[in-house]
Design a protein around this ligand. Structure first.
Ligand SMILES: [Zn+2]
Length: 95
């Protein structure tokens, strides 16, 4: 299990990372839903093993930019945790 504890540099913008049973990483980052969006408005969880992902839109409300991402981050983390526990796809080797 020693290889699973090694740390690598996280991609820019990644706020949380989950290790899957297959040895890939599920990364959570803030992103924009549409190309025309200028501010981040979605939390994205993406699996590096099987390419499955989940977009969690931030709640549109008055406090959107103060803590609008809180619930979306929470949901994204929940999805990442569940996915990491069952995904056995291995990450592509890097050169
Ligand atoms: Zn996966």
């Amino acid at each position: 299990m020693t290889t699973q504890t090694k740390t690598t540099t996280w991609p820019e913008g990644v706020i949380a990372r989950y290790l899957t049973v297959g040895g890939a990483a599920v990364d959570i980052a803030h992103d924009t839903l549409y190309l025309s969006d200028v501010e981040p408005n979605v939390s994205t969880a993406r699996c590096g093993g099987c390419e499955k992902y989940r977009n969690q839109e931030w709640e549109a409300r008055a406090d959107r930019y103060s803590n609008g991402s809180s619930w979306a981050d929470s949901d994204a983390r929940h999805w990442a945790q569940e996915h990491a526990e069952k995904c056995r796809a291995m990450p592509k080797p890097t050169a």
